[in-house]
Every structure is written in C-alpha cells, then in structure tokens.
Design a protein around this ligand. Structure first.
Ligand code: HEM
Length: 447
C-alpha cells in the first residue's frame, strides 16, 4: 500500500493531489498513526525489562508485523505476502506491471509514463475489515524466500515489488534484508550485556560483548557484498521513487492526501536510517548521548521516530537501561573489557565508514542533488554520526591502561585506534571540501 502512496507522490508535480486511492491511503494512514502510539498493553515496556518475542508467532496475523524477537530480530515476524488477496487483483496487477523493466524484458508502466493514469483507473477498495497486518506494512517488507523451508539468506531471496526491475535494485534491497536476518542475535546479546552489567557479572559481560561484536562483524560482512550485488551506476535509476516529501526540493509544498488532511503533509522518504540495528548499538554503547547538540542530531532523532512502535519502544528501553546500569562505565573498569567495548565501537565505525563510502560512490559521484531520500543534507548528515563515533573511539583510547594489556591485545587496540585516527582526519578533509562544493544547501536542516 505504501508503494502506491510513493508512486503517486513521485509521478506528480511538486504539489500533488490524490483521490482514487484515498480509502487505501486513509486506512494506511490510520495504521501509521497507530504505529506511533504506544503498542498493545500486553507488550508494554516494563521499566526493568522488555517483552521480547521468544517465538515469532508466525501464524498470528493480527499482532503487529514488526515486533522485536530473538528469532526474527528486527525483521517482521512473518514473511511478507508475495501476492495480494484476490479482491485486490487490480492493485496487484498494477504493481506487477509497474517496474521500468518487467521480468520478461518488456517496458512497464513507469517506463511508458502510464503509471499515473493506471492509478486513476483503480477501483475504490474497502479495507475497513482488514486486520491482517501483513497487508498494512511496507518498505523492508519486500522479500520472498525462494525455498520457504530454507532460511533468510541472500541466495534464497527474491524481491516482491520493484520500481526499476533491475538486478541492482534487487541487490540494494535484499542485501539489507540479509543483514537484518542476523539481528535476532544482536537483540539477544544486547539484552545479555545489559543483564550482565546489572548483575556486575564480568564473565557474562565479556561473553556478551564478544558475541555482540562477532554478530556485528557478520552484519558488516554481509553489507560489504553490496558492492558486487548492486552496481554503483544504477542507484539513481530507482532512488527517485523512494524520495520523501520532507526537505525535498521536488516537493517544496509537500503532498496533500485528499480525504486525510487538507493541509499538505511532509514525510521523510525511505531510508536505511529507519533501520534499528545501528540505533540499538548506539544506545547500548551510550554513543547516542555523545552526539553533538546540533540540528543534524535533531534529524537523527526525528528519523528514530519513523519506525514501528515496538521497535521504537525497544530502542528507548535499551537507551534508558544502558544509561541506568552504565554499560560504558562497567566496560572501562578493567582494561581487558575496554578492548571488547572498543571492538564493538569499531563495528559501528566499520558500518558507518563503509556506509559513507556507499554514499560517495552511489550518490555524490553521480548527482549534485543536495539531500538524501530521507531529506537529510547529503554531505554533512552522515559525517555528523561517523565523526562522533571516531571521536569517541579516540577519546576512549586514552583511558586504556596499556601496562595491563597482553601484547596481543595491545596490537589489536593499536590497530583499531590508528585506523580511527586516520579516518577522522580524512573525513574532516572530505567534508570541508564537499561543503564548499555543495554550498549553503547543506546548512538547510529541516526537523
Ligand atoms: C548503496 C547502499 C546505500 C546507500 C547509498 C545509502 C545511503 C544513505 C544515505 C544518503 C543516508 C542519509 C539519510 C537519508 O536518507 O536522508 C542513509 C542513512 C542510513 N542508512 Fe543507508 N545507504 C545504503 C545502504 C544501507 C544499508 C544496507 C543499511 C543497512 C542497515 C543502511 C543503513 C543506514 C542507516 C543506519 C542510516 C542512518 C545513518 C546513521 O545513523 O549514521 N544503509 N543511507
């Protein structure tokens, strides 16, 4: 459903009016509002603990799709519906014919400029009786297992919906899904780290921190495959379709959703910034509270509101609890653990460093468009967070008592710190240069 909203936004001029799909949208909109309100009481966050699903309860279609679980992590509890129910045949047909390039090689509606008219021909759908949450989700909810009995790994996935219909678009979305498939363990070791800190159990803490950095390492390795699975020259061909309407030059007056609001609305577009893995790490290691007090950080906080309620509550819980038990303080009490804490910071660094490289290669090299799909300024926003982690790593390195380190650990820590130092210098140079190139557009921050 969300796709339809996007198509309409993106096929129209700066101010667009929507009527034919309004029932679908208004239902979607009410779900969105629900998504920002507290989740159902039985899953309420308790102060000392958080209700994490042990079992994904795949057969229950009425619970929210996105609920944090040890098995599903930050992925939805059930696989997405690959095909809409028969009563939505017209919509399903339209979506299948939408991509620029269809699976049979022919041109789809987007290539022929016919999507807008096709949307106008859609019937009015009555969706008032729909409780199946799978019909009310979007974005990352876009993968199908080729063999349903096999796990969620890249080679076993295919896309359900596409805009461009190219292998690069397939890679772009499914690499992300394959990364999040590891997030069940991320949730597990996050909770274990918090518990171990609370119980002041050093052995449990060390194990949890080690397992956490191993899990992040797997996620980062998966991310590295983006280079080979999505061609850097193809990204702009589908990026247009995932742009939002907040701080987006192509929608200076926002979007009016008829029947929903008479006032134009402004939403951030699809972005990895809605993902929960890095915010979880930031919160656990207490990096979030170290972010500079500036408008760019406000944008980050705004992004963190754009996620399913249960994810938001979990991330808030991790942030509050990590501060309360003081994960960082416990980590740096003993030099050995300091290296494990640092190893985890290094995983956040590795993620954000690669991610900045993606942004330079997939986007900045190919366009001077000043903002990203989520509406953040393209050359300053990501460095705000990457710069913070690099700076924090360099700061923490000064607290290490090198005399207490084993020679092996000393080498490891030196490697991590030297790399972070060098990357901080390069980043500062790059941003200075890019800011000159992009000019005042980069100072325009809309929260
Ligand atoms: C070619 C691939 C990618 C490109 C070009 C890219 C680009 C971007 C850009 C430009 C932003 C800025 C926010 C905005 O949209 O306004 C962003 C944010 C973000 N993206 Fe990506 N992204 C890519 C893949 C991924 C993947 C696979 C993930 C997986 C989790 C991801 C996670 C994030 C996160 C966590 C943020 C927030 C940044 C932060 O906290 O520092 N991105 N991305």
């Amino acid at each position: 459903m969300l796709l339809i909203k996007r198509i309409i936004k993106n096929t129209s001029q700066s101010l667009c009016r929507i009527d034919r799909v309004q029932p679908v949208l208004s239902r979607k909109n009410s779900t969105l509002i629900g998504a920002f309100s507290p989740s159902q009481p039985k899953f309420h966050v308790q102060y000392h603990n958080f209700n994490i699903l042990k079992d994904a309860m795949e057969h229950d279609t009425t619970l929210p799709s996105f609920m944090v679980g040890y098995k599903n992590g930050f992925l939805p509890r059930q696989d997405p519906l690959a095909k809409l129910p028969d009563r939505f045949y017209a919509l399903e047909h339209l979506l299948q014919n939408m991509p620029i390039q269809l699976p049979n090689g022919e041109e789809g509606l987007l290539a022929k400029g016919q999507l807008g008219d096709a949307v106008k021909d859609l019937p009015q759908f009555d969706v008032s009786d729909i409780n199946d949450q799978r019909l009310l989700s979007g974005d990352l909810y876009n993968y199908q297992r080729i063999d349903p009995t096999k796990p969620i790994v890249y080679s076993n996935l295919k896309l359900i919906r596409a805009f461009a219909g190219t292998p690069s678009e397939h890679g772009f979305i499914l690499v992300h899904v394959a990364m999040v498939a590891h997030s069940g363990n991320l949730v597990k070791y996050t909770m274990e780290t918090i518990e171990a800190t609370q119980e002041k159990d050093r052995i449990k803490f060390n194990n949890a921190m080690k397992n956490l950095s191993d899990t992040m390492n797997l996620i980062n390795q998966e991310m590295e495959t983006m280079w080979e699975r999505s061609n850097t020259d193809d990204y702009l061909k589908f990026r247009t379709f995932i742009m939002g309407s907040k701080n987006q030059p192509m929608f200076p007056n926002g979007v009016i959703y008829e029947g929903v609001s008479e006032k134009p609305l402004f939403y951030r577009g699809e972005s990895g910034a809605n993902d929960s893995m890095i915010p979880c790490m930031d919160n656990l290691l207490q990096i979030t509270s170290k972010l500079p007090n500036n408008p760019l950080t406000e944008v980050l906080k705004d992004f963190r509101r754009y996620r399913p309620t249960n994810h938001k509550e979990f991330l808030d819980f991790v942030q509050r609890k990590a501060e309360e038990v003081n994960v960082r303080g416990f980590a740096i009490q003993v030099c050995k653990v300091n290296s494990l804490y640092l190893a985890n910071m290094d995983q956040i660094r590795a993620f954000r460093h690669r991610h900045w490289n993606f942004t330079k290669e997939y986007i900045i090299k190919n366009t001077t468009h000043p903002v990203a799909t989520g509406g953040s300024p393209i050359v300053t926003w990501l460095p705000n967070q990457l710069g913070t982690i690099l700076e924090q790593m360099n700061k923490i390195s000064h607290t290490i008592d090198y005399n207490k380190l084993t020679p092996e650990n000393k080498i490891l820590i030196d490697e991590i710190i030297n790399k972070a130092n060098a990357q901080e210098r390069v980043l500062n140079r790059e941003v200075k240069f890019l800011k000159q190139q992009f000019g005042p557009s980069q100072d325009r921050v809309v929260v």
